[in-house]
Ligand binder design. Structure first.
Ligand SMILES: Cc1cc2nc3c(=O)[nH]c(=O)nc-3n(C[C@H](O)[C@H](O)[C@H](O)COP(=O)(O)OP(=O)(O)OC[C@H]3O[C@@H](n4cnc5c(N)ncnc54)[C@H](O)[C@@H]3O)c2cc1C
Length: 224
């Protein structure tokens, strides 16, 4: 199988290929590969959202009560609430080995369609997240440390027609022996689901490689 690299800069010959990149580069990698036009057009239809992760550190005593007792590691804020923060993760609840005097809280900003919020500078985003967290949890005072990490085009959006697009991609990719796809674009964005799709993809290409090797050895045996 031959797959041209995005931008046409590189050409690699391989027995099998797993495409594990977001939709944009995946479409470029497959452009021109026979039989994959349907996948290429489906890739072009997948929108992505960007995210800013505002990480805040508070003294544990700044929170009015036990976080674990609240029964959640992360809570999602519905868009109808009109808040900038869409999800909050209490890291010590999710990963108890981090428990100590300091509570690290991840506040995620940037719903699909709210990219304008990400144009704000870091100090603004910290102020926004701090205010909304105080309102939601009653945490008192300012964080002792903060960091803003920006992830551009990080999360694929499963808009209406997503299953059909994924079906088109998988169907046309399956028609190319030795080619498979995996990643957040397909079945879910959680790391566990991404790993499951990677296992599925590697199983597919390994089956092809083994089948190919067996066919080659039969052909060699027949010619000797
Ligand atoms: C801020 C944030 C927080 C998250 N938190 C959690 C969490 O707590 N729990 C959870 O389960 N999930 C979380 N997720 C979701 C999860 O991390 C992602 O959905 C998952 O890592 C995506 O894996 P992937 O392999 O599809 O993509 P990625 O891990 O993004 O891998 C894609 C790879 O493609 C490469 N690439 C891109 N373009 C090209 C190109 N043109 N050529 C070659 N290579 C290219 C990139 O460099 C990258 O290595 C979070 C996501 C974000 C953005």
């Amino acid at each position: 199988m031959s797959v041209g690299a995005a931008g046409g800069q590189e050409h690699i010959d391989a027995d099998a290929v797993v495409i594990a990149v977001p939709a944009g580069p995946a479409g470029k990698l497959l452009a021109g590969v026979p039989g994959t036009a349907s996948a290429v057009s489906a890739f072009a239809e997948v929108p992505y959202s960007s995210v800013a992760m505002v990480t805040l550190a508070y003294p544990r005593s700044a929170f009015p009560g036990p976080l674990a007792g609240r029964g959640y590691a992360a809570y999602r804020v519905p868009a109808v609430e009109g808040k900038a923060v869409k999800e909050v993760t209490f890291t010590t609840v999710k990963w108890p080995h981090l428990a100590g005097e300091v509570e690290i809280v991840r506040c995620s900003i940037g719903r699909f369609g709210e990219e304008h919020l990400l144009g704000r500078d870091d100090a603004d985003l910290v102020a926004l997240a701090t205010a909304e967290l105080a309102e939601a949890t009653g945490v008192r005072g300012a964080p002792v440390a903060s960091r803003v990490s920006r992830w551009a085009d990080a999360l694929p959006q499963y808009t209406v027609g997503h299953f059909e697009r994924v079906r088109r991609i998988r169907e046309s990719v399956a028609a190319q022996p030795g080619l498979a796809v995996c990643g957040a674009l397909y079945d879910g964005v959680g790391v566990g689901v991404c790993m499951a799709s990677a296992r599925q993809a590697t199983d597919q290409v390994l089956a092809w490689v083994q089948q190919n090797a067996a066919a080659r050895s039969v052909a060699v045996g027949a010619s000797t």
